[in-house]
Ligand binder design. Structure first.
Ligand code: SF4
Length: 373
């Protein structure tokens, strides 16, 4: 394997806060981590920490039984308490972006107002969405300044979508309706000036055909990121390699967010289309991860991915640092005074300088072992 020596490298510092604004979702994806929290609707009045992960909703939260989560997530409203919480966090971490997650953010009853309030801090706002409700809400959130949407996409047909849905009672026509809404949401976002990207999770080689269809089906304005499953990583990487090889992919740029596990490789396909391969690096917090039982190459799935804000069932805001270790969550005030907050600030600064220095000197290797020019 050879690699181009002149691949542009972009190193940025993580300045994003992910906020879980609600738990509701109309899909039942089998691989959903639900931001580390139990599915609220299946655990109403269950505060025992022995969470029901196979409830009537059909939804799942893949880590909830093992990650020590002690609370149920609730709706975050754009009220005074939320603004004060954001202000305190902003003072310490100087975020430049807020990324809204869920559940499905487009089901939030006050999404435009929430975006407006966050924008009043001078922050960029993005969100992850499955597209099921986008068309109804996107024009209003675009008006309030929502800048980008990452759509989570599994397939282009109802049948493909059903492959990763838990609920057996739902049929392909249900899937077809969801796909139709997703496509409408994407077009609506593009028409309203929102930057659109698509995250496609690949699990194994049986999913390659599905990805081929996706690639030919999406408008070229959409930035496509292919990610491997958090759980079945080896098989998923092999499948991505096979696919990129087929499309004659060539690595063209490399981006890394220092201080968190996010790493992206941009490839150009033979037909000049550009696709990102999103990979998670083995990033660990120097002190906190040292004694973690998952701290090895197979059990730690996401690495340190940045800060997440939640509102618990008692109405308190909590900060999380890992979806596999929700026992590390702390109430915001406690977190801000903690050694954990100091560790994160120090780590992110050091990582930015360290990585910048490394990439000034070294070349980038193609992670998929594809032949490069
Ligand atoms: S990132 Fe999370 S799972 Fe991985 S070692 Fe650190 S605390 Fe453990």
């Amino acid at each position: 394997m050879t690699c181009r020596k002149d691949i542009p490298k972009y190193v940025t510092k993580d300045r994003t806060l992910r906020i879980k604004i609600l738990d509701s979702c109309g899909m039942t994806c089998t691989f959903c981590h639900n931001e580390g929290t139990p599915v609220a609707v299946d655990n109403i009045h269950n505060y025992s920490s022995n969470w029901n992960t196979q409830g009537k909703s059909g939804r799942t939260s893949i880590y909830a039984q093992t990650n020590g989560v002690s609370f149920l997530p609730t709706l975050i409203m754009p009220d005074g308490k939320f603004m004060l919480t954001l202000e305190k966090l902003q003072e310490k971490f100087n975020f430049d972006e807020i990324h809204l997650t869920g559940g499905e953010p487009t089901l939030h009853p006050c999404l435009p107002e929430l975006v407006r309030k966050i924008k009043s801090f001078g922050l960029n706002v993005g969100m992850t969405s499955n597209g099921e409700n986008g068309e109804k809400i996107i024009p209003a959130v675009a008006k309030e300044g929502l800048g980008k949407i990452n759509f989570s996409v599994f397939g282009t047909t109802g049948e493909e979508l059903m492959l990763v849905q838990n609920t057996t009672c739902k049929n392909p026509s249900w899937g077809e309706a969801k796909i139709k809404s997703l496509k409408k949401s994407m077009i609506c976002a593009i028409e309203n000036g929102i930057k659109v990207s698509v995250n496609i999770v690949i699990l194994d080689s049986s999913h390659i055909n599905r990805i081929r269809n996706l690639l030919s089906d999406f408008p070229s304005q959409i930035s496509i990121r292919i990610m491997r499953s958090l759980e079945i990583r080896k098989e998923a990487t092999e499948s991505i390699r096979e696919l990129f090889h087929e499309f004659g992919a060539e690595l063209v740029t490399y981006s890394i967010t220092a201080g968190v596990s996010d790493e992206r490789f941009e490839y150009e396909f033979k037909d000049k289309r550009r696709i990102w391969y999103k990979k998670l690096r083995n990033v660990r917090l120097p002190e906190t991860c040292k004694s973690c039982q998952f701290n090895n190459d197979t059990d730690c799935h996401e690495g340190f991915y940045g800060l997440r804000l939640y509102k618990d069932h008692k109405g308190n805001y909590q900060i999380g640092v890992c979806i596999q270790r929700m026992d590390l969550c702390k109430p915001v005030d406690e977190f801000l005074k903690s050694s954990l907050a100091k560790e994160i600030v120090r780590f992110q600064n050091n990582e930015f300088h360290r990585i910048t220095e490394i990439y000034k000197r070294s070349d980038i290797k193609c992670p998929l072992n594809l032949k490069q020019k």
